[in-house]
Structures are given as structure tokens and as C-alpha cells.
Ligand binder design. Structure first.
Ligand SMILES: Cc1cc2nc3c(=O)[nH]c(=O)nc-3n(C[C@H](O)[C@H](O)[C@H](O)COP(=O)(O)OP(=O)(O)OC[C@H]3O[C@@H](n4cnc5c(N)ncnc54)[C@H](O)[C@@H]3O)c2cc1C
Length: 321
């Protein structure tokens, strides 16, 4: 019996979420007295030994070429290996990839799929796991009615801890991959320097900034804090910022440690994509702006006065520390 993790990577580098799900899988496997197996696909330039540091008993690298492979192919490979390894639980990160391939893998494995989970299962037979519902406004205990379960763990919900395993085994496997339905013909990378999904800090701005020429101070603040930049939907709709920065119900869902919302009203559709942030700060001229009800800290003030002062303070702090 095993607990298998899909160790997701981007450009050959493991994502932070991979270490979260591996820590989670290690804890689940320990509870179930099962083996914790990490599965990698594609060309990983990171040292795969890092997976042993977070508790993998075994690392399987699928050797097939996935360059021209879509989600159908990737799902078939993961399901096949997970089944061959006797997986009772397969764990993914609740990223766009995880949410896309998770249901496909579940169908292939004849398993149930539980997304947005935030804790290790409280019961294992039948499996019961706590998950976020209604865009994080409620929590739910979900029970799996199948022998196998695919779990997608919410980003930032589980702390990474080291469970170094010196006896971890590393193996390469080959598998039968389903034909692709879709081939990617062109990839355009998002302009942001830091990927929103990975950013620990996100500086976001809305229509309160009045126009696209005023984003210089947002970028400067983001640079100083090594943060990613985001925006509200209308801002990307009118073309002030690229769509890749749009967060919310119809945009990206993010969960950074710190989210600073500048000139954003805090409509429910916006909050739906950011309310999993650990700490939220709102800067708004209107003391009645809905964002202040959701934020941990609020500054009632004009962004054109507050942000330059924040930048100055951070610069001074950095130069004297
Ligand atoms: C089906 C659906 C899906 C949607 N999905 C999303 C989504 O994914 N993401 C999203 O963001 N929205 C989404 N929306 C839109 C959402 O309802 C809001 O309209 C939107 O979030 C508002 O954007 P905003 O706060 O930037 O602009 P506004 O509502 O115009 O708010 C601007 C804010 O800036 C403040 N302000 C003005 N001047 C200043 C200043 N100088 N300094 C500081 N503050 C200032 C104002 O007080 C105000 O609170 C969706 C709507 C629908 C119907």
C-alpha cells in the first residue's frame, strides 16, 4: 500500500506546492503505515534528491518524453504508475494543473476526487478529509466512497517540514501514455517577474489607480518586497494590466503569505480568489470599502500618498538593516 504524490515542476524546477504535498503525503503515509512515493515527469533540472528531504521513501521518474503531451497523456501516465505502486491515495497540489488532471486521474484509477483539502484525513476507512468550500467561505468534511482517493491539497494550507529519508530509493520507469487530444503550438510567458502562484507576497491594484501609467509605484513596491503583481478584473479588462495578473473568481486564485490590495473595493468576486492569503492589507480612500471587512490591516488613505510613503519607509528600513 502506498501514498503517491505528483511532484509538479515548472521549467525543470519543483514548485513550492510540491514540498507542501510531500510533507502532507509523508504524514498521511505515516498514519496509514504506508509508503510515501513521489512521481516526477518531464526533464527535471532540480536535484530530485530534495524529494527525500521532505519524506519520500521512493522517487519514481517517468522517462517518457512529455514535450508534446497534453493533460490526457500526463494523467494516463500518473494513473498507471500510481496503480502499479498500489496507491490508496494520490496527492496533487490544488494548482491549475492539479485541478485539471486530478479528475482525469480519478476516473482512470476508479477513485474519488477531493479538491481544496486543507488537512490530513481524520479517518482512513472510509477516508474523511476537511476541505474548503464556496471559495473558502466555508469548510466541509468530505467522505470518499471508493477504495482509492485523489486529493488536491490547497496551496499554503500545510506547512513544509523536513523529514529527511536517507534510505530513499530513486528509480526511472517507462509507461504507456495515452495519445494526446491537444498539442501546444505556441507558449507566451506571462510578463511578471515572479509567478503569482509561487509569490510569497503579492501587491495588487485596482481601478482606484485611475490609469495604466500609475503602475510604476506598484512595481517599485513589488520589487522592493520581492513580490508578484496582481490586479482586479476591470483593470485587466480595460487593458491597463495583462490578463495573467487578474485574480479572483474568474481569474487566478492565490494564497500568498501577504496580499496588499491597493485601490480595490473588495467585491466578493475579487475576494473569492485572494481570501486564502495568510495576511491581507487594504489601502483605500473609502473607509466603507468592503475590503476593510475582510482585511487583517487597513489603511484609509489615498494610494498616491500612501504607496510612495511606504516605498520610502521600506527603503530606509532596508538601508539601515
Ligand atoms: C461573474 C463575475 C465575475 C467576476 N470576477 C472577478 C474577478 O475574478 N476578480 C475581480 O477583481 N473582479 C471580478 N468581478 C468584478 C467585481 O465584481 C468588481 O467589479 C471588481 O472587483 C471591482 O474592481 P475594483 O475594485 O478595481 O474597482 P472599483 O469597484 O471601481 O473600486 C475601486 C476602489 O478604489 C478606491 N479608490 C479610488 N481612488 C483611490 C485612491 N486614490 N486611493 C486608494 N483607493 C482608491 C475606491 O474607493 C474603490 O473602493 C466579477 C464580476 C462578476 C459579475
Amino acid at each position: 500500500m502506498s501514498v503517491v504524490v505528483f511532484a509538479e515542476s515548472w521549467n525543470g524546477t519543483f514548485k513550492k506546492g510540491t514540498f507542501e504535498i510531500l510533507t502532507y503525503a509523508h504524514d498521511v503515509a505515516k498514519k496509514m503505515d504506508a509508503k510515501c512515493i513521489a512521481l516526477t515527469i518531464g526533464n527535471i533540472s532540480d536535484d530530485i534528491k530534495v524529494l527525500a528531504k521532505y519524506g519520500a521513501d521512493k522517487v519514481l521518474s517517468i522517462s517518457n518524453n512529455f514535450d508534446a503531451c497534453d493533460n490526457k497523456g500526463i494523467s494516463s501516465a500518473i494513473a498507471q504508475i500510481a496503480d502499479a505502486e498500489g496507491a490508496k491515495i494520490l496527492i496533487l497540489s490544488n494548482t491549475n494543473t492539479g485541478k485539471t488532471i486530478g479528475p482525469r486521474i480519478a476516473v482512470k484509477m476508479d477513485a474519488s476526487f477531493i479538491s481544496n483539502s486543507i488537512e490530513v484525513p481524520t479517518e482512513s476507512s472510509p477516508l474523511v478529509v476537511k476541505k474548503k468550500s464556496f471559495s473558502g467561505k466555508a469548510f466541509e468534511m468530505a467522505q470518499s466512497h471508493t477504495d482509492k482517493t485523489v486529493i488536491a491539497l490547497s496551496p499554503n494550507a500545510y506547512s513544509i517540514t523536513e523529514n529527511n529519508n536517507d534510505s530513499c530509493e530513486f528509480t526511472t520507469v517507462d509507461c504507456q501514455v495515452d495519445d494526446t487530444n491537444v498539442t501546444s503550438i505556441k507558449v507566451e510567458k506571462a510578463s511578471g517577474k515572479i509567478s503569482l502562484a509561487e509569490a510569497e507576497i503579492v501587491i495588487s491594484a485596482g481601478r482606484g489607480l485611475k490609469g495604466p501609467d500609475n503602475w510604476g509605484m506598484i512595481e517599485e513596491l513589488a520589487d522592493l518586497l520581492n513580490a508578484g503583481t496582481a490586479c482586479s478584473k476591470p483593470v485587466s479588462d480595460i487593458g491597463w494590466r495583462p490578463h495573467s495578473e487578474h485574480v479572483g473568481q474568474t481569474g487566478k486564485a492565490i494564497a500568498p503569505n501577504l496580499y496588499i490590495a491597493i485601490g480595490i473595493s473588495g467585491a466578493i468576486q475579487h475576494l473569492a480568489g485572494v481570501n486564502s492569503s495568510k495576511v491581507m492589507v487594504a489601502i483605500n480612500t473609502d473607509p466603507e470599502a468592503p475590503f476593510f471587512k475582510a482585511a487583517d490591516y487597513g489603511i484609509v488613505g489615498d494610494a498616491f500618498e500612501v504607496v510612495p510613503r511606504l516605498i520610502e519607509e521600506i527603503k530606509q528600513f532596508k538601508s539601515s538593516n
